[in-house]
Design a protein around this ligand. Structure first.
Ligand SMILES: NC(=O)C1=CN([C@@H]2O[C@H](COP(=O)(O)OP(=O)(O)OC[C@H]3O[C@@H](n4cnc5c(N)ncnc54)[C@H](OP(=O)(O)O)[C@@H]3O)[C@@H](O)[C@H]2O)C=CC1
Ligand SMILES: CC(=O)N[C@@H](CCC(=O)OP(=O)(O)O)C(=O)O
Length: 345
């Protein structure tokens, strides 16, 4: 099965390359770049020398569509809006790592991304690729909107409680922390070493594009409209996301009971590991891997549930999950090519 990666010279693209090297059924056919076509990928990323030495190709829809079976879009918002319909029309399977096709309501997309939305026709064909939540739909789709990094950690953390209807409406608060690679490879003042090192900052409060994405999936799970509070924080590490999620319980529950129920909920989902309460997960314990680790605490004084959910933003939060979705789509075991253990320490 032949794969093309558009945006191959960004962090998401390079993580796709790393993971696909270990995939037994997928072969990288084309690496595509907008601004560095003609350059060998090893010149931009010397760590890939002798592993993959391929010139980056230009964006040429016909040529790409003729040579690959599946295209990953690892490009900033707005790019796949224009390109993806041209591939989809030609019957190429598309997996979009950007936010362009995640929101079902075109008006909501315009409001949060300040861009013209994709066509309703295309949005109706799109499956939201949170692998654990939409496994059956992903198997039958040809256009997958891969989730954002924060939504992956937040939703895997909260969905069992939502599905079981344990939490009070509008009581969910998600406190998210991310490593700097979440902002991609492009230069910016916000990701400059001196700005990030020995510093923690909150950003995009009330305006983060992941707010409607999280609310949309909660609604599709519960049938209820839910308003969440989400705060994003940048912390001085390269990879990793931690979402600490707070919600008021409808009825008192113990940590042990909720943990056992979460373990049973994720029993058949190999990439979600639910820990015992005394063993709350840390970002380093999933570094470089496709795992999402979850820990639970119920405060019996306040009747509040706290969930800690960690992922690697570039793997389960982006490229790893994109490959997991490709595996589901092709009917392969979902763990194919993704069984590497986290890198520790
Ligand atoms: N980093 C992360 O942790 C996560 C990222 N995502 C999403 O994945 C996507 C890629 O992110 P990431 O790899 O981090 O970002 P980078 O900035 O590292 O890479 C972006 C890529 O897109 C290409 N690109 C930029 N503009 C255009 C254009 N106009 N047309 C075609 N290609 C273009 C860039 O290179 P070139 O211009 O040379 O082609 C580059 O290859 C984004 O939508 C991001 O929001 C999602 C989850 C997590
Ligand atoms: C550090 C940093 O800036 N992180 C990005 C994560 C973006 C992301 O996950 O991508 P999508 O926009 O495709 O959802 C942010 O918070 O916007």
């Amino acid at each position: 099965m032949k794969v093309g990666i558009i945006g191959a010279n960004g962090y998401g693209g390079v993580e796709l390359i790393r993971l696909l090297q270990n995939h037994p059924f997928a072969e990288i056919e084309l690496l595509v770049s907008h601004s560095t076509s003609g350059t060998n990928i090893k010149e931009l990323y010397p760590h890939l020398s002798t592993i993959i030495e391929m010139d980056l190709a230009q964006i040429n829809v016909n040529q790409i569509a003729d040579s690959v079976d599946v295209v990953f879009f690892s490009t900033p918002p707005g790019v796949s809006l224009e390109l993806l319909p041209q591939f989809s029309e030609k019957g190429v399977l598309c997996i979009d790592l950007s936010g362009d096709h995640r929101l079902k309501d075109p008006e909501v997309y315009s409001q949060w991304y300040q861009k013209e939305p994709a066509s309703s026709n295309l949005l109706n064909q799109t499956v939201y690729g949170l692998s654990e939540a939409n496994k059956e739909k992903i198997k039958d789709s040809n256009l997958i909107a891969n989730p954002g990094c924060y939504p992956t950690a937040a939703l895997l953390g909260i969905l069992p409680a939502i599905k079981e209807d344990w939490v009070k409406s509008n009581s969910i608060i998600i406190d998210g922390k991310t490593g700097v690679s979440g902002a991609g490879r492009k230069n910016s003042l916000a990701t400059h070493f001196s700005e990030v090192n020995e510093n923690v900052k909150a950003y995009k409060l009330g305006t983060h594009q992941h707010i409607p994405e999280i609310e949309q999936l909660i609604e599709s799970f519960s049938g209820n409209t839910e308003n969440i509070t989400f705060s994003a924080h940048l912390v001085p590490m390269t990879r990793g996301i931690m979402c600490t999620i707070y919600a008021d319980l409808k009825e008192p529950m113990s940590s042990e009971t909720v943990t056992a129920l979460y373990q049973s909920f994720y029993e058949h989902h190999p990439f979600v590991r639910v820990r015992e309460t005394a063993d709350l997960p840390k970002t380093k314990e999933v570094y470089g891997s496709n795992y999402c680790d979850i820990g639970i605490h119920c405060d019996e004084r306040t009747n509040r549930l706290t969930i800690v959910s960690v992922i690697d933003n570039l793997v389960k939060g982006a490229s790893g999950q994109a490959i997991q979705n490709m595996n589901l789509l092709y009917g392969w075991d979902e763990t194919t090519g993704l069984t590497g253990a986290p890198i520790y320490p």
